[in-house]
Design a protein around this ligand. Structure first.
Ligand SMILES: Nc1ncnc2c1ncn2[C@@H]1O[C@H](/C=C/CNC(=O)c2cc([N+](=O)[O-])cc(O)c2O)[C@@H](O)[C@H]1O
Ligand SMILES: [Mg+2]
Length: 214
């Protein structure tokens, strides 16, 4: 049977990356997606901005919405302090299965908890299920029309504290206009746009960093 794109990405990792070496996993995916087959990973240019925000926040608790193949999961997990708790939500079981293997190939399976299911189902249960009070950093990279509703849900569930950082991918392409309007106009957030390019292309895209002010 025909393989799927995530399966082909996993094969590229298993063929070209060194087990236990997160940077080689990231490089193998970026090489495959720039030379062979485009895929919706945050990519290396925006990935470097992601890295700098993770390093600056140095989070003890992280939530990622939309694991896909685990590319950004590996980037984030490789920068976390040893005590950090990192949850990534993915509702497609096939993508989750690939992501688990990509994360394991990088040797980061002990740093990440990949939870299968929809963000709207899981966000209200995170406190009780995982003993997490609030998130220091949230990376939003799932369906763009869920960014705003899930952000409001996180607020309602008390998962954000003064200083929590939301980092959203794809501000321009595909875009999340209602989310961007909200975080830029709400007095409860201080937002900044990091201009960059859509992964593996010359098109404009960027990340929006929004600090929750309470
Ligand atoms: N509510 C939810 N709960 C859990 N997991 C969920 C979810 N909604 C979506 N997901 C998962 O998150 C990923 C979706 C990403 C959408 N990105 C995109 O559509 C996207 C598109 C382009 N693009 O078209 O250029 C570029 C990009 O960087 C992109 O992130 C998929 O793995 C999907 O299964
Ligand atoms: Mg994205």
């Amino acid at each position: 049977t025909q393989s799927t794109r995530p399966q082909r990405i996993l094969s590229a990792v298993q063929k070209n990356a060194t087990r236990g070496d997160p940077r080689s996993v990231i490089r193998a995916i970026d090489q495959f997606c720039s030379q062979k087959e485009w895929a919706m990973n945050v990519g290396n240019e925006k990935g470097c901005i992601l890295d700098s925000v993770v390093s600056e926040v140095n989070p003890a608790t992280v939530l990622e919405l939309g694991t896909y193949c685990g590319y950004s999961t590996v980037r984030i997990a490789s920068l976390l302090p040893p005590y950090a708790k990192f949850i990534t939500l993915e509702f497609n079981p096939d993508f989750a299965a690939v992501a688990r293997q990509v994360i394991a190939w990088a040797g980061l399976e002990d740093k990440v908890q990949l939870v299968e299911g929809a963000s709207s189902d899981w966000i209200p249960k995170i406190k009780e299920q995982f003993g997490i009070k609030t998130f220091d950093l949230v990376f939003l990279d799932h369906w763009k029309e869920h960014y705003l509703s899930d952000t409001k849900l996180m607020e309602e569930c008390g998962l954000l504290r003064k200083g929590s950082v939301l980092l959203a991918d794809n501000v321009i392409c595909p875009g999340a206009p209602d989310y961007v309007e909200y975080v830029r106009s709400s007095p409860r957030y201080k937002s900044h746009y990091f201009r960059s390019h859509l992964e593996y292309t010359k098109a404009e895209d960027g990340l929006e960093k929004s600090v929750f002010l309470e």
